[in-house]
Design a protein around this ligand. Structure first.
Ligand code: ATP
Ligand code: MG
Length: 564
């Protein structure tokens, strides 16, 4: 059997790596890195980068490092460093012993800066931040040289050492590369390499009061780690000449190359960490791991599986063109995974009591229910059936419209795995609200089929009242009402927050098998969607379930429409 015909073509990154290997570059090594800045939790966009960097390393017999780009002491926290490691592991990737921090290289980076100064390729500038901006010019006007650009090497060395020694206040001086103030690429107009910042760093404490800029630290960290393919998102394309300039002008142990791909954008979602932090800080969500957040910790708590997220990343592929992926595709991926693996159970979210008048009081039958029709190996379980049950409020209408086929006065339906049930009476409270249904069942229809061939048009799920486990269920909807949050409000994404993104149902009735459910367990509640046990708020005596996704699949419809 040949699989070559069905193998999809390599994406451009994998093609480059395959070609490099064929050409014998890098001594046959493949070394990538995932370089998060620890200033927030990872989101689904990062998952694309993680799957790509760790994925290609695995596929080409290489290695992938986890490196924290912790060059900015003021925004970074240990909490983020820990959550990021947890999330990468959860996604299923392993950096082995290769956990690195850019801050581990501060001394080497400093020595490289000295080298640049000594070779006349960097200088200390006394211009203020505003003046530097002014001197830089614009896309259409060239910049002009700083009056400090021609400082002698010895003076630069002295000043840079004194910057490190803490002699100057924040912002007094910077170290700049001496490249070309007339370059058409603004990043090449003597970019700043070091700034003075008297701030405590989460790893180096107060050892340093000068900090390297990202554009300086990143290529050199890559070089120090022997990275062969430094994969990043397209906004760094214009920074590549600086990346190359640095690794070409310094005696680095390895010469890495940068390749850019299009970042993931998802409809109905914001992904910038700055925006996600606002949602957290301003209380629009309960935290970084709120199940409505596009963070990996939020998706995990919502019930997304790593398998589903990885499959999603595979499906969207890797290219160089910016686009917006439909959130429905992500939901499709989790639905597909859970459909295969989630045990089916019955749970009534908005209970309506049913009393079966002709069912013997005190009798309990154990009926056999299938755990997963997609996977017979998952077996069966027993569910109790008795005289008093709960069904879903929405499954009954006193005056049903034409297309409503579920329960109504005088009408017969099937109870899943049980019997035919007929509504013979309705009990209401003083406001006229239906509080109870009086019904009869047909003992001849055990298993849900009538020996006389009589048909019903609906099958309802149900839970036996006395044996039911009470629980809380949280229903989630998309966090934003618009596909591009903020677009119609001058960027104010919070104006498009969905006020109905969370509905909490506190009086749900679950089948007894759910009493043993543990945090992270997932289920299909028949007809209601996929749910998981909330990892934070659930307790054995008071279970809390999050709805991961509904059963409806809008993605299939979108695909159909696209084909027409
Ligand atoms: P954000 O813009 O969301 O605040 P960031 O780019 O500042 O994120 P980093 O911690 O620097 O976040 O990102 C680590 C890596 O993940 C980088 O290589 C970055 O290019 C990549 N990355 C970030 N967002 C996305 C995305 N939406 N799609 C693909 N890769 C991404
Ligand atoms: Mg970044």
């Amino acid at each position: 059997m040949s699989t070559t015909e069905s193998t999809p073509p390599l994406d451009f990154i994998r093609q480059i790596i395959a070609d490099d290997l064929k050409a014998g570059k890098n001594d046959g090594r493949v070394m990538t890195r995932f370089p998060p800045e620890p200033n927030g939790y990872l989101h689904i966009g990062h998952a694309k980068s993680i799957c790509l960097n760790f994925g290609v390393a695995q596929e080409f017999g290489g290695l992938c490092n986890l490196r924290f780009d912790d060059t900015n002491p003021t925004k970074e926290e240990v909490e983020y460093v820990e959550s990021i490691q947890e999330d990468v592991r959860w996604l299923g990737f392993d950096w082995g012993e290769r956990l690195y921090f850019a801050s581990d290289y501060f001394e080497e980076l400093y020595q490289y800066a000295i080298k640049l100064i000594e070779t006349g390729k960097a200088y200390v500038d006394d211009l203020s931040a505003d003046e530097i901006r002014e001197y830089r010019g614009t896309l259409i006007a060239p910049g002009k040289d700083s009056p400090y650009r021609q400082r002698p090497v010895a003076e630069n060395l002295d000043l840079f050492q004194r910057m490190r020694a803490g002699e100057f206040p924040d912002g007094a001086r910077v170290l700049r590369a001496k490249i070309d103030m007339a370059s058409p690429n603004l990043n090449m107009r003597d970019p700043v390499l070091y700034r003075i910042l008297h701030a405590e760093h989460h790893r180096t404490g107060n050892k340093w009061c000068i900090y390297p800029m990202y554009d300086y630290a990143h290529p050199l960290s890559d070089a120090l780690e022997g990275i062969t393919h430094s994969i990043c998102t397209l906004e760094f394309e214009d920074h590549r000449p600086l990346y190359d300039w640095l690794v070409d002008n310094l005696p680095v142990p390895y010469r890495p190359y940068q390749y850019e791909f299009a970042r993931l954008n998802l409809s109905y979602t914001v992904m910038s960490k700055r925006k996600l932090l606002q949602l957290v800080n301003e209380g629009f969500v309960s935290g970084w791991d709120d199940p409505r957040m596009p963070t990996l910790s939020g998706l995990r708590r919502r019930g997304y599986t790593p398998e589903a997220v990885r499959h999603f990343c595979e499906k969207i592929g890797v290219g160089r063109r910016e686009n917006i992926v439909d959130l429905a595709l992500l939901e499709y991926c989790v639905r597909e995974d859970l459909n295969r693996r989630a045990p089916r159970v019955m749970a009534v979210l908005r209970p309506l009591k049913v009393v079966i008048e002709n069912y013997p009081e005190g009798q309990v039958e154990e009926l056999e229910a299938v755990n997963n029709p997609e996977d017979p190996a998952m077996g069966t379980r027993k569910v109790p059936f008795s005289r008093e049950l709960y069904i879903e409020q929405e499954d009954f209408l006193e005056e049903p419209p034409k297309k409503f086929f579920r329960l109504a006065p005088g009408r017969e339906v099937r109870l899943r795995y049980a019997y035919y049930l007929k509504c013979v009476g309705v009990v209401k409270d003083e406001t006229g609200k239906v509080t109870e249904l009086r019904c009869t069942y047909d003992p001849e229809t055990k298993g849900g089929y009538a020996p006389d061939g009589r048909q019903v048009k609906a099958t309802l799920h149900w839970v036996a009242a006395a044996q039911a486990v009470p629980g809380e269920v949280r229903l989630y909807d998309r966090l934003f009402t618009q596909p591009a949050p903020g677009e119609e409000h001058g960027g104010d994404f919070k104006a498009d927050l969905n006020p109905d993104s969370l509905e909490v149902l506190r009086d749900c009735r679950l089948e007894p098998s759910l009493a043993g459910a543990r945090p992270g367990d997932f289920f299909q509640f028949e007809r209601m969607g996929y749910f998981c046990v909330d990892a934070k708020d659930s307790a054995p005596a008071a279970p809390v379930f999050n709805r991961t996704v509904t059963l409806r699949d809008p993605w299939a419809k979108i695909q159909q429409a696209g084909k027409k």
